[in-house]
Write a protein that binds this ligand. Structure first.
Ligand SMILES: [Zn+2]
Length: 130
């Protein structure tokens, strides 16, 4: 009858993969699974939420190029990014703001109380009132 130690030795020798090989394989597998996920997390947002002077919020598909004419400014959606043109506010900070395209980014026009915000990721959003 074999002792426990002998049994373990037998199991170790019988393994087709050595421990370092297995670890390397796991790292590669983990990278293959996690890297695309990490990439998705940083990808473009799904929609532009615009809160206008009337206080109402409307969502627009970030994947569809459009010009949204509001009272006071125009939001341009182009190539998955949004930016402001034709701002009627005195400081024009909103117009000077670089285009936004990632979830969580926003352009705010303080004088006109207009908020343009990128929301969602992975294409899950509801377009309303477009
Ligand atoms: Zn402005």
């Amino acid at each position: 009858m074999k002792t426990d130690v002998e049994r373990i030795e037998t199991v170790k020798k019988g393994r087709p993969l050595k421990i370092p090989d297995l670890a390397a394989l796991l790292v590669i597998l983990a990278a293959a699974v996690l890297l695309p996920l990490a990439g998705l997390g940083q990808q473009a947002g799904a929609a532009v939420e615009i809160t206008g002077t009337d206080g109402e919020t409307r969502a627009y598909d970030l994947g569809t190029d459009a010009r949204i004419e509001l009272a006071g400014l125009t939001v341009v959606i182009e190539g998955g990014r949004a930016y402001v043109v034709g701002a009627a506010c005195p400081d024009k900070l909103c117009e000077a703001h670089p285009s936004i395209g990632r979830s969580g980014e926003s352009i705010v026009c303080l004088p006109q109380r207009i908020v343009i915000k990128i929301v969602g990721d992975g294409g899950q959003f509801i377009v309303s009132g477009a």
